[in-house]
Design a protein. Structure first.
Length: 139
């Protein structure tokens, strides 16, 4: 694990959340992106060496829509930057972590991503992120 890559926050209205975080941080988000396969619209703010990712559902059956329905808005996941996502998945499985998707998939912000089940990490959904143009870039 290299660093905390970002903290994901589930929101009902990304435009309103962008206004709140602009006021909080004092600057605009640098990127918005729709990730069709996850049914989510994302918005990113830089925050030092890490980022804040706002997540709004684009369809009712998306993981974010289900999360908000069950728990309301709030912290959805914590993401860690890794250099070799496949090696990290292998290592974490040996440590007893439950991996939700063993094959890395394309996520937002030019990343390959793998998620670890919250029951493996004290109730926190963990995301592993690797830049697509580093190492494993086959999707």
């Amino acid at each position: 694990m290299n660093k905390i890559e970002h903290i994901g926050i589930a929101v009902k209205d990304i435009d309103e959340a962008n206004k709140i975080y602009k006021s909080l941080l004092g600057y605009e988000h640098y990127k918005t992106e729709i990730v069709e396969n996850e049914g989510v619209k994302t918005s990113f703010f830089s925050c030092g060496e890490s980022k804040i990712e706002l997540l709004e559902a684009t369809r009712a059956d998306s993981p974010i829509a289900k999360f908000i329905e069950k728990r309301g808005e709030g912290i959805h996941h914590m993401a860690f930057s890794v250099t070799d996502i496949k090696a990290e998945v292998k290592r974490l499985k040996k440590e007893g972590f439950v991996v939700l998707n063993e094959e890395p998939k394309k996520g937002a912000d030019s990343k390959l991503v793998v998620f670890l089940h919250p029951k493996s990490a004290n109730g926190v959904l963990i995301e592993l992120c690797q830049d697509i143009n580093i190492g494993t870039n086959s999707l």
